[in-house]
Design a binder for this molecule. Structure first.
Ligand SMILES: [Zn+2]
Ligand SMILES: [Zn+2]
Length: 200
């Protein structure tokens, strides 16, 4: 299973950074999780990373904030065959592609879904902004099996104890306590930004 960060507040050289998040998940098929804040930047980064927008089978939107939906319009101009899954698509965990589940929408005011991706080492949880609380997303994800790691925006998540036992912790985008997480879990912490690839 290969995850490529294609949009983030920070970027590797040669890629555009911008407030927002998007990643490509390559298993049996290619899924785009979120689309960042700008279609222009998203398409630019996809091209730079040699990812053909036409090859994406489905787009999963974590929640309806511009920094996750902003690139959808631009992306759809290049690929209008991809299925689009909005947070309201699922109210409980559902498999949306072989080995990839949605947690179903969680949270009150801001409904948000995260992904749980099967890998050889255990499940990888991928979050957009984690508005429902990363601890709640982790709890829901555990219903689908052992969690290997967590990737994505952690927002104001501060109950760091809840990360105990994870083998990979890769916070990005809106994560407020990135530095604290890095100091607390130096062995598990993975520094990621647009252009980073996670292969498990
Ligand atoms: Zn948000
Ligand atoms: Zn966000």
């Amino acid at each position: 299973m290969k995850i490529t960060i294609v949009y983030d507040n920070e970027a590797n050289p040669g890629l555009k950074s911008g407030w927002g998040f998007s990643c490509l998940i390559e298993g049996k098929e290619k899924l785009l999780f979120d689309t960042g804040g700008s279609g222009e930047n998203l398409i630019y980064n996809l091209r730079q990373l040699n990812i053909q927008p036409e090859s994406v089978a489905a787009v999963v939107i974590s929640h309806n904030h511009w920094d996750h939906t902003g690139g959808l319009k631009g992306f759809s101009k290049l690929n209008n065959n991809a299925k689009v899954f909005h947070p309201k698509s699922f109210s409980k965990p559902t498999e949306i592609s072989p080995g990839v589940h949605s947690t179903g929408a969680l949270g009150g005011l801001i409904r948000e879904q995260s992904l749980v991706v099967n890998t050889e080492k255990g499940n990888l949880v991928i979050t957009g902004c984690a508005h429902p609380g990363l601890e709640n997303i982790i709890e829901r994800s555990r219903e689908l099996g052992e969690i290997y790691g967590v990737v994505g925006g952690f927002h104001g998540f501060a109950k760091l104890d809840k990360l105990n036992g994870l083998e990979m912790i890769a916070p990005c985008h809106c994560t407020q306590y990135k530095q604290e997480i890095r100091e607390r879990y130096p062995g598990e912490f993975k520094d990621i930004k647009a252009g980073s690839i996670i292969e498990i």
